[in-house]
Structures are given as C-alpha cells and as structure tokens.
Design a protein around this ligand. Sequence first.
Ligand code: PHB
Length: 384
Amino acid sequence: MKILIASAMLLAASMSASAQSSGKIRVGLMLPATGTFASLGAAIENGFRLYVAENQGRLAGQEIEYVRVDDESDPAKATDNVNRLIKRDNVDVIVGTVHSGVTMAMAKAARETGTILIVPNAGADAVTGPMCAPNIFRSSFSNWQQGYAMGDVVAKKGHKKVMTITWKYAAGDEVVKSFKEAFEKGGGKVTEELSLPFPNVEFQALLTAIAAAKPDAVYTFFAGAGAVKFVKDYSAAGLKGRIPLYSTGFLTDGTLEAMGRDAEGIETTLHYADGLDSVRDKGFRLAYAKTFKSAPDVYAVQGYDAAQMLSVGLSAVGGDVKRKTELIAAMEKATIDSPRGRFTMSKNHNPVQDIYLRKVVGTENKLAGIASKALSDPGRGCRM
Ligand code: PHB
C-alpha cells in the first residue's frame, strides 16, 4: 500500500514535468512483483523512480515513460516477457531483473536485438561472462564477487571445514563456487554442498544433516522471503550460536524486521551496509525514507544506480537514445556516485566496488570493515 502511494506521488511529479517534454525514453521494468523476491523488485523500482523524480521526472531532459512486467522470478516465462517488452512495447532500455535464471533469457534477447539492458540485481556470471555484450551492463554485482569476498573472510577467521546450503540454480551454484575458490585457496575445505530447488523452503532435513555433521561453520545464499524462513529455521533447529552462519548480505538485507532476534550477530558480505556514514548515502537514505516510508536496502541502491548509469549515457548524447554507440561509451567510462560508494565499470560491465563486511545488530547490517577493496569481476569467457 505504502509503495502504491509513493509510486503515485512520483508519477504525479513526473507527469507535471512532462508538460515541457521534448521526447520520451521508454524504460521497460522487468522485475518480480509476486513470489519470494517481490519485495526486492519493489525496492529496485522505488530506487530507480527516486533518482528520476529527483531530476524532475527526466533524464538528460527526456521524460521517462515506464512499461512494467511482473517476471514472477520464473525462467520459463522470461523469454516471452522480455520479447513482449522489446517487440510489442518498443522499449528503448530494459531494467531487470532479480533472478539469475530469468536474467539469462533477458541477456540473450538483449544480445540478439541490441536493446540496452541494465541489470539491477541478478548476478549470473555468464551475463557478463560468455554472454557479455556492449549493450549489457550491471548496476549490481556478479555472483563471483559475492562468494569470493566471503570465502576469503571465512578462511582468515581460521575455519577449516565448512558446509554450504543454498537454492539449486545459477545464483546459488555460483556464489558457492566462488566462495569455495577463495576459501580453499585460504586453506579451508568445503566438506558438503547442500541445496534445494528454488524457491522451496523445506529446510528441515538439510538442517538435521548440518547438525549431525557439525562443520566449523555454514555458508549460505538465500534472499527475500526464503531468507527469513531459513534464518528462523536455523535458529529453531538449535544451530544458532552453535555453528556460525555466514552468508552473502542478501540474506539479511531488507529482511531483518521479519527475522527479529534470530538474525542477531550474523556476519555477511555485500557492496552496501548500514552506517557507511557518507554524505551521499545519508542524503539518499533520507530521501528514500521520506518518499517510501521505509528504509532503503541494497536493492533500492541498485535501482537508483541503474537510473544514474542511464542518465550518464543519455547526457552524453543530449538525450538521443538512438546514438547507442556513444551512449554505451559514456556508460563504460562513468564513475557512479553511488550511495554504496563510488564505482567504475570493469571491462565486462560490472561495478568495480568495495565489498563490505557487516554484522547484524538489531535491525541493522552494521558496517564491520572492508572484506575486499575495489573487487573486480574477472569476466571469465567475456569477449568484447
Ligand atoms: C540472483 O538470482 O542472482 C539473486 C537473487 C536474489 C538476490 C541476489 C541474487 O538477493
């Protein structure tokens, strides 16, 4: 409800600005509005709209018009959904999505048609690896970046035997793979990799297996509603306080109110944190809270930065979205003044960014240090 009211306010702001319009940029927002990732999709859209609203409903003088699709985080529907945006709705730019499997289909369509795609979350390594293309950018992260940063942290903490547990799909597989890469390089051993199909939340048998095996620590990737259930079940199974739980920060971003005390003390790594204490972040958080009556999370930041990246590109071509080569060149060279801290683009179009170590204190992911400074995705398999 809050989101609807806030969106209506932003819509009104952009409509009043449209009186002076010189042209329109059609932005296709392909995000989850239902299912386990619904709140993530809402935060991304809020962030994107906030940046546009801060610029009177325009980017580079052009009015922004939205076409929205609920992708349901369902890879089976992804090709139809993205093709509808490109071929029927004639969008100029696509912003999406959260789920790695859905994003793979979007990247394929973007490669085939040359439509500009800005991925505001999904980390699928292939999107900026073998499937990379000049017109595909991410405002978020690669799954490799997420897992690698925490593998290093857990190895340095001296843990030797770690079990992993995640959803069986691209994001889960990849954050575990890169965690293992860094953790085993640091002298640890991943003893068992547990998984269940996305978006299932029947964790009991797997938690029983963890309790029986007694590893030094557990590393996990879950997000959204599934993350809330996992953290509560981990605690209810008596594992909290007995076997330390480490995760990508997605576990605890946007979910802490629902997790309550069961999340206290969990350490995670992510490219955003509470308590960054920069003027940029404070201003962003204030504006977001005022508009949407809730605190922003990493997804909101990624949506906001997707709009910033597009703005840089459009500004370089005087708002003419058809001058794609120059628009892309400007996005490649950009330094984005993100609430997370400034970032640049790697050769394969991922943010080169600091990955923070955070610790849950109450309802905050408190900054605890920098896990990896200016971490760049290696772009394995990308030829551009
Ligand atoms: C993904 O599928 O890549 C994904 C989904 C949710 C997250 C992070 C990554 O929070």
